[in-house]
Design a binder for this molecule. Structure first.
Ligand code: ZN
Length: 962
């Protein structure tokens, strides 16, 4: 305990008691409310243990964190200083210590399991509980990295757990997983603890998804040193899983050919600039490009004109601060009947003090523009009119009601007596786009690129800026479009793409919101429609105008908010407002129109920002159960992974941006649930593969730290600024570069679509046998594999080879003795392989099962003597092995006459000699190894001709008792 410093000290107000000493561990950390800093200083003098800081953020009081025993707490409260919050109790500390020790023990146990795997096992392993699912390596500006994922079947989480801000604060209680990675020589080069990933969006209990960890292997100076080859993931309960490391990006995706034209953006664009650019492209390249107006005009870059009168301060368009309670009660919100640009702007209203006693409330309109409200007064000449009175009077006046609607402020009942205005207040839509920017409903335009726009070619739909504030996204669409049309006929790849695909590009889906974000409210995400206007609880005043609109990527019909899915809402000011009903918005109906009208569209890319993601369905789940929309077949998920490999590698080509493995996959597994999103609509309603980009991957700095890009990073150099102000030096050219690298990604996506268009070959799948007849399949392309073990012919209705959980790898198929494994494979195009079979023979004496007659001989590779040195006598030797499998009663191995090695017309003088370690068997045999020795004598006078001497020998395995 700290020494007691003070004797009893009296102040004018209160007697201070000295702190009493007690044992340490009975102390709590509490927050106390003190009247002043001086009080805190006196308490310190008395020996109280105040923390390092005082909270003086609220005027008239000081909050101090004080370490107290129960007695000290009572003393402080007796002095009049209440404890207002508990920071920590002794029980908290005990729990913290226990948690710490449990974590240490668990990690130590997992490490022990790893050591056991590396050498002799020292404890009984919980076999089969751990699975390794990802081990990915890459290099970027921050150095060398590995990302590792695995799962344990022994995972568990606390239940119940507190829910804070709609997030389930559960703790993972299963065994710890530790990963280690190894070089080609088998030496461990690093180790780290994996973190359990719980989906805390799911309440009341956050489910366990998997364990993951990203580890920096070295800074950029270590680039070029070898990547680890193997990863082991160990559980504290003893099981260990192993997997090979893959190179995630940097695998040598195609670079553009010499002379390829690119880099067409110079600045962030507003929607009209984007539409003008695609229109100009269609005009310039009419042989391959057409521009089309989508059928549903937007609700409009427009607002009703509004103002607020009756408050103590005039309303001049401000968004903050919100009026104080007294002003809320006096506020009269006035909204024009006409849109601002169609006559609402400039309507005037003034609440006038008549300056005389006993005046009545009177509303008059002059010039059909100016509304004058003469307020009522009492016998003393004081104004008596309330906000409610004004609202009723305006709405009850036919002339005024033709121009405007009056309403109370949000939930106010309008009981406050209004303050007259000193001047006329003019209604405004408060829109700030230049007058040249069109008001009212907008036409959304789409560019169609293709030599054959007749529906016969595979269609790809690339659309950008559903979310208004994502300024980089239209640049991705525009850069993609310009690269395509401007390289046609000169760049071979582009020419192939345009000759064989049908490409649809919309630079901005959300035209109204995008204009609003560009000119009015840069953080606007949604469109501009004000559904709060019909909301009785208000938010229909100009203070709220930046919180209106529908989240277009939540307004679709599949897995929607209206279907009970997670990740959208029905609050008109919510940032993920789903709208009043599915497809209520013209922008989303435009997307549905494209997907319905062009059934040849097979692939879609919904370009968003930010964070650096590449995702696909499913994208939504139910809130409490986490029941997702159905996962596509495993072969289709493999196809998505195959596409991702190509796309991410090509994004990487531009400036070594790595879209992370943990941010690549189904939306629900790597981001969150987005009820009613566009990609799910494409996939589940139209059979279109709906991909999503989130451009703007966090920029990795040389020190290994990451810099988030936000929605509007600076476009160009320092000093050019972004949507939010001054350019961050780490993000120089970020806006420009995101457009370039994700246009690369779109090129790879188109190349994959072309490969799909041209794919007529069935997948080739091998069954690879591990130990104990455990078979895994290896395919030359992404495929769904269906198999049987009962001898029946497999179909697509047979068992699919797939993992137990999302993102895992499938377990091997264990083939029972005597059974035949039969399988077919279907690629994403639908090409189906012939039925293949693998059987495992019984050994003689086993019960049941027939053995096909087998006499199999295989040789290991081609033996070589190495170089012969002329003029030096030497007997050269080499060897190989033969593998013998025989179901026969006996077997004999023989070799043809070796003769002499020859090199064209030249023959070695000395004969080739061959020896066999075993040549006869008197019973069936499996995988018996025979050593085959070869000898060749070269004498000092033997003439040798430059070149290779060789000889083909025939080995024969024969039987007399088949
Ligand atoms: Zn978005």
């Amino acid at each position: 305990m700290r020494p007691i410093m003070g004797a009893l000290v009296a102040t004018a107000a209160i007697a201070f008691l000295p702190a009493t000493a007690l044992a340490e561990d009975g102390e709590s950390v509490l927050e106390f409310k003190l009247p002043s800093k001086a009080t805190a200083e006196q308490l310190i003098k008395l020996g109280y243990d105040l923390g390092d800081g005082l909270d003086q953020s609220q005027p008239g009081q000081v909050k101090a964190t004080i370490v107290v025993t129960p007695e000290e707490k009572a003393q402080l409260e007796a002095m009049g200083y209440p404890a207002v919050a508990t920071i920590q109790t002794p029980a908290d500390v005990d729990a913290l210590r226990a948690e710490r020790q449990a974590t240490i023990d668990a990690e130590a146990a997992a490490k022990a399991a790893l050591d056991g795997a590396a050498g002799a096992k020292t404890r009984k392993a919980a076999v089969g509980t751990v699975r390794a699912q990802h081990a990915d390596y890459w290099e970027d500006a921050g150095g060398r990295w590995i990302s590792i994922e695995g799962t344990t079947t022994e995972a568990s989480v606390t239940n119940p757990c507190p829910v804070v801000n709609n997030r389930a604060q559960c703790a993972y209680t299963g065994p710890a997983l530790v990963a280690s990675w190894y070089g080609a020589d088998g030496q461990q080069v690093g180790t780290g603890t994996l973190q359990a990933y719980l989906d805390t969006d799911v309440t009341p209990v956050a489910p366990y998804l998997y364990h993951t960890g990203k580890f920096r292997l070295g800074d950029a100076s270590t680039i070029g040193t070898p990547m680890p080859t193997t990863v082991k993931i160990a559980s504290a309960t003893g099981d260990v899983a192993t997997m090979a490391v893959s190179k995630w990006v940097g695998n040598g995706a195609p670079e553009y050919a010499q002379g390829f034209k690119q880099d067409f953006n110079t600045h962030y664009v507003d929607p009209q600039e984007g539409y003008a650019r695609i229109t100009a492209l269609a005009d310039e390249f009419p042989n391959i490009a057409t521009v089309q107006a989508l059928p549903n005009k937007t609700a409009g870059y427009q607002r009703k004109a509004q103002t607020i009168v009756g408050m103590s301060t005039a309303y001049t368009g401000q968004l903050t601060p919100l009026p104080a309670a007294a002003d809320q009660a006096k506020a009269v919100v006035v909204t024009s009947k006409a849109w601002g640009h169609e006559g609402g702007n400039g309507i005037g209203i003034r609440l006038v003090n008549p300056g005389a006693a006993d005046e009545p409330l009177v509303v008059g309109v002059s010039n059909n523009r100016m509304i004058r409200v003469n307020l009522a007064t009492d016998s003393a000449g004081a104004i008596t009119t309330t906000a409610k009175d004004v609202v009723d009077a305006i709405n009850g006046n036919a002339q005024a009601a033709e121009l405007v609607t009056a309403s109370l402020y949000r939930t106010s009942t309008g009981t406050g007596v209004v303050t007259p205005g000193t001047a006329t207040s003019l209604l405004s839509d408060w829109l700030k786009a230049p007058a040249s920017y069109p008001r009212g409903p907008q036409t959304v335009k789409m560019l169609r690129i293709g030599k054959h726009q007749d529906g016969t070619k595979t269609g790809v739909f690339i659309y950008c800026q559903e979310h208004a504030r994502e300024w980089g996204t239209p640049l991705v669409c525009l850069e993609t479009a310009e690269r395509l049309v401007r390289n046609y006929g000169t760049d071979p790849e582009t020419t192939q793409l345009i000759d064989n695909l049908d490409i649809f590009i919309v630079p901005t889906i959300n035209a109204d919101g995008a204009a609003y974000s560009m000119y009015d409210n840069n953080t606007q995400r949604r469109n501009m429609v004000n559904y709060c206007a019909s909301n009785p609880t208000g938010n229909n005043d100009p203070f709220a105008r930046n919180s209106w609109g529908v989240d277009l990527n939540r307004n679709f019909t599949v897995g929607s908010f209206f279907d009970g899915f997670q990740g959208a809402g029905n609050v008109c000011t919510g940032d993920t407002f789903a709208g009043p009903s599915e497809l209520s918005e013209p922008e989303t109906r435009n997307e549905a129109y494209v997907q319905t009208t062009y059934p040849n569209i097979k692939f879609a890319m919904n370009v968003h920002s930010s964070g650096g993601y590449f995702m696909w369905p499913p994208g939504a789940y139910k809130p409490t159960t986490r029941e997702t929309l159905p996962y596509p077949p495993y072969g289709t998920l493999n196809y998505f992974d195959q596409t991702a490999a190509a796309v991410l590698d090509r994004i990487y080509n531009y400036r070594h941006t790595a879209v992370l493995p943990s941010q690549t996959g189904p939306v629900v597994d790597v981001l969150y649930s987005a009820a009613g999103n566009s990609a799910d609509e494409a996939y589940y309603s139209h059979g279109i593969v709906g991909y999503d980009f989130e451009i703007g991957a966090s920029k990795v700095l040389p020190n290994g730290q990451s810099q988030s890009t936000g929605f509007q990073p600076c476009y160009g150099a320092v000093g050019t600024g972004g949507g939010t102000g001054t350019c961050n030096a780490n993000l120089v050219n970020e806006g420009h570069d995101e457009g370039m690298e994700f246009a690369n990604g779109n090129y790879a996506l188109l190349a994959e679509a072309l490969a799909y268009e041209n794919d007529t070959a069935a997948p080739k799948v091998d069954a690879v046998t591990g130990s104990d007849r455990a078979v895994t399949f290896k395919s030359d392309e992404a495929a769904s594999i269906y198999y049987t073990l009962d001898g029946s012919t497999p179909t697509t209705a047979s068992t699919e080879w797939k993992p137990n959980r999302p993102r895992e790898k499938p377990d091997p198929v264990v083939v029972p003795v005597g059974a035949a494994l039969k399988w077919i494979a279907v690629d994403f195009k639908g090409n189906v392989s012939a039925v293949q079979t693998k059987a495992f023979t019984t050994t003689p004496g086993d019960v049941g099962g027939t053995v096909p007659a087998t006499l199999a001989l295989t040789l290991d590779g081609t033996p070589s003597f190495g170089p012969f040195v002329p003029g030096v006598e030497k007997d050269y030797a080499t060897q190989t092995k033969a593998n013998v499998i025989s179901t026969a009663g006996d077997a004999t191995l023989s070799v043809s006459d070796p003769g002499h090695l020859t090199n064209g017309a030249f023959t070695l003088p000395e004969p080739l000699r061959v020896s066999l370690s075993k040549t006869t068997w008197t019973a069936p045999v499996a995988n018996d190894k025979v050593d085959i020795g070869f000898n060749q004598l070269i004498k000092s006078t033997d003439p040798l001709r430059t070149g290779t001497y060789s000889k083909t020998l025939t080995f024969t395995l024969s039987t007399t008792q088949p």
